[in-house]
Write a protein that binds this ligand. Structure first.
Ligand code: IPD
Ligand code: CA
Ligand code: CA
Length: 263
């Protein structure tokens, strides 16, 4: 094994330990009273726990890799070496967390030389760790996972989400949600984009779409989905990158059919 692989292995192992620490901190605070405040918009929440978990993650990355860039949801981006970028969502599913609805996670994605190299997503309540390393497949708690084999949209279960400006913008996904609810077995709105992607990656549902996401929502999940055999694109079927606002992520088999119905 060459030096480059060794370095990446070390970084991956560091990230795996880090996400476990983040998960413990979330669990410790899960049942306690949370201090909730609003960001932009009237439904965009943040809690003290989001900030504490993010501070922990950033502190550890900075002390181990002082030159790496960090793009995390609750802080100003630390733009350092552009060849090493961490994308962090300390709690994806903050609204759920704030209401004690049990569906949220931590997401850590690592990009080297503009290539997604690994992704880790941890659900602290179920103790499930979804992970992927480029060209090495996707795993759930160390076991390989794969997308579903459903071939037809009308036999599929989908997942989606709604943007935080849903009350003020007409581009709020409600029409897509109504149309696709009638065309499929159902559409779920679970409330954590990163975990939603893991649910497609592990075959619990067959397709996912959303608009107005940020790179920390999707960096880890997109790699996990692709490594599990899934397909990801924008709404027109074009090449996807984590800075795209729109995402369509499926088992591959229903991708074209789903695209036909997204506006
Ligand atoms: C949100 C969740 C939600 C999605 C929103 C995201 P947050 O992230 O992933 O499912 O619909 O668009 O912003 O705010 O809980 O980290
Ligand atoms: Ca998020
Ligand atoms: Ca978040």
């Amino acid at each position: 094994m060459n030096d480059m692989n060794n370095t990446l292995n070390n970084t991956y192992n560091f990230a795996e330990e880090l996400i476990e620490k983040a998960s413990k901190l979330i669990l410790k605070n899960h049942k306690k009273i949370r201090n909730i405040s609003y960001k932009k918009g009237d439904s965009n929440l943040v809690t003290n726990v989001d900030k504490e978990v993010e501070a922990l993650i950033i502190k550890e990355i900075v002390s181990k890799y002082p030159n790496h860039s960090i793009i995390a949801e609750e802080s100003k981006a630390q733009k350092k070496d552009p060849n090493y970028q961490w994308f962090i969502d300390p709690i994806d599913g903050t609204t759920n967390f704030a209401h004690s609805y049990p569906f949220f996670c931590t997401s850590i994605g690592f990009v080297k030389n503009n290539i997604l190299e690994f992704g880790l997503i941890k659900d602290p309540l179920t103790n499930e760790l979804y992970s992927a390393r480029r060209s090495q497949g996707a795993k759930l708690n160390k076991r390989p996972i794969f997308v579903s084999k459903i071939k037809k949209l009308n036999e599929s279960l989908l997942i989606t989400g709604f943007p935080y400006d849903k009350r003020t913008s007409k581009v709020n996904n409600l029409k897509n949600f109504c149309n696709l609810t009638l065309l499929t077995h159902g559409v779920r709105r679970d409330g954590a984009a990163a975990l939603d992607l893991c649910y497609i990656a592990s075959g619990k549902a067959d397709g996912y779409w959303e608009m107005k996401l940020s790179p920390w929502d999707v960096a880890a999940g997109v790699l996990i989905l692709e490594e599990a055999g899934g397909k990801v694109s924008d709404f027109k079927g074009g090449k996807y990158n984590i800075f795209n606002k729109q995402i369509v992520a499926t088992n591959g088999l229903i991708h074209k059919e789903l695209l036909k119905h997204l506006k």
